[in-house]
Every structure is written in C-alpha cells, then in structure tokens.
Design a protein around this ligand. Structure first.
Ligand SMILES: O=C(O)CCC(=O)C(=O)O
Ligand SMILES: [Fe+2]
Length: 281
C-alpha cells in the first residue's frame, strides 16, 4: 500500500483502478479534493471501500466538487433528488454491455460516482477497462488510419421517449493528462463515418475487442455502501450479470466536456500534470 499525502492507496490491478483508504467522502476539504482528483486522473477508477453509505446529500455534495451534476435524460431518480440515478436490478437496470456513460450526448460526463447500496449474496461485480492502453495497443498504421475519424453514438429509448445521436472523435485527447485514448464503445457507437458500412462494422468489432480485453481491466467486488468513481473520458465499464437476487446502486454524474478537445475543467491540475501510469502490453 502506498501512502499519499493523507490517504492510503492500493492498486486493484496492474492496469487500472485503486482503492483509497483513510478518507471520509462526506467531509472532503480542498486539499483532499485535489488529491482525490489527481488519483482519479492517475488510476482512472477509485474505490472507497470505507464510504459506509453516503447520504444522498453527501453523495451529491461530493460529486459536485468535480463540476455541475447531470440530470439524466430518462433513468429513474431517487425521490426528491433529481441528480441521483437509481440503478435497481429488479427494475431491469443491468449494464452488462461495455460502455462509457452517456456517450450519445454532445458533452458526455467527465466522471460518475456510484455507490452500491444493496449487493446480491454473490456476484454483481463491476469491471472497468483502460482506454489509454487500448489505444496504445493498436499498431502504428491503425493509429494513423483512425486519426481524424469520427463515429456516431446513438441512443434511442425503446418507448420512443428519448433519442439522441452525436458524432465524436474515435481517438480523443484527455484534457488533463494530454494522453490519447480510444473512444468507441459497444453499447452506443454505431458507425465510423468516414468508412464504408462494411469497413466500419468490421473495424468497430476489432476496436471493441481491444477496448474490452481482460489485460486492460480491473474487476471490483462490492461491499454494501462502497463507492466507486471513474474517469469517463478514458475508461469503459461493464456490470457483470451473474447473480440472482436484488442489486441496487445510486449514481451521480458530473456534466461533461467536449471530446473534440476542450479547456481542462480542473485548471489547478495543469501545474503538476502527471501522466497516468503506463502499462504496456
Ligand atoms: O451497476 C454497475 O455496477 C454499473 C452500472 C453503470 O453502468 C453505471 O452506473 O454507469
Ligand atoms: Fe455506466
């Protein structure tokens, strides 16, 4: 375990994710916020096993340190809390396709903060994958081919209540770390627009496989009340649907930036900009 300025940090895999101990998320001061932020950019997913169940107010307050909170366009909300999405397996919330959150809008969220309030007896883990490493695993000619290409990201609600389609770069540059990451996902990305339909379908399938490869992932076993937060700009995630019984989570989501390259949203970070840990294949 590595001791940071104030916290203890334990990586959970060789390529992405770290547990953070010794922090009370309901009383984070400015210095602690900066440390958490830097750890998030470095490890891409942080786990707080000791969070012990944040109140809705504390959950929102912590999320809003990172920016304005999103009101999700259609997912169910916690009563009286429009910024807290409720993910209840009994109501069909099983995110068992690899994705980045809400990539079908113009400014996809920067980060999501999820606490699991009810865990099944066994199973119900979540996985994350590192999309810097996915990009870096591509050959040089493939990277050159993808440079400047864009893809459509689409979501159409089955009941016709919501539809959105946007175009994002296939490779994006993280505004804080400056690193490139692969930005296509199996749930929402439909087509690389500069390629023929057939070329796009074949290449997207390959890119999804690279994005989802186990060697670039971590897998987290939840205890009730644990909290995870991820950098949605350089990761994907997947909720393993291997359980019976009920599983419930609550999520706040921080409004996003422009994947085409935007001003850093957290300028203070620029001074000590660090590259996230590089783990090559
Ligand atoms: O249920 C989970 O573990 C993750 C669900 C999900 O995709 C999300 O909260 O964005
Ligand atoms: Fe998600």
């Amino acid at each position: 375990m590595r001791s940071g300025m104030t916290f203890q940090v334990r990586p959970v895999s060789g390529s992405i994710g770290a547990e953070v101990y010794g922090v009370d998320l309901s009383t984070v001061d400015d210095e602690q916020f900066k440390e958490i932020h830097d750890l998030l950019v470095r490890h891409l997913v942080l786990f707080f096993p000791e969070a012990g169940g944040l109140t809705p107010e504390a959950h929102q307050a912590f999320g809003s340190r990172f920016g304005e909170l999103e009101v999700h366009p259609f997912l169910p909300k916690l009563e009286g809390h429009e910024h807290i999405v409720v993910l209840d397996s009994d109501k069909g919330a099983k995110a068992d396709v690899w994705h980045t959150d809400v990539s079908y809008v113009k400014h996809p969220p920067i980060t999501s903060v999820l606490q699991i309030t009810l865990t099944p007896e066994a199973g119900g883990d979540t996985m994350w994958s590192n999309q810097y490493l996915a990009y870096e695993a591509l050959s040089e000619p493939m990277r050159e081919l993808l440079e400047g290409t864009t893809a459509s990201h689409v979501f159409a609600h089955p009941q016709g209540t919501f539809r959105s389609e946007v175009e994002h770069p296939v490779v994006r540059v993280h505004p804080v770390s400056g690193r490139k990451s692969l930005y296509v996902n199996r749930m929402f990305t439909k087509r690389i627009l500069q390629l023929s339909r057939g070329e796009s379908a074949a290449l997207l399938e390959h890119l999804f496989e690279v994005s989802e490869s186990p060697q670039r992932t971590c897998r987290y076993r939840w205890a009730p009340g644990a909290v995870a937060m991820w950098d949605n700009r350089a990761t994907q995630h997947y909720a393993v649907n291997d359980y019976t019984g009920r599983r419930v989570g609550q999520r706040v989501t921080v409004m996003g930036d422009d994947p085409r390259g935007a001003e850093p949203r957290w300028p203070h970070f620029q001074e000590g900009a660090m590259a996230a840990t590089v783990v090559k294949d």
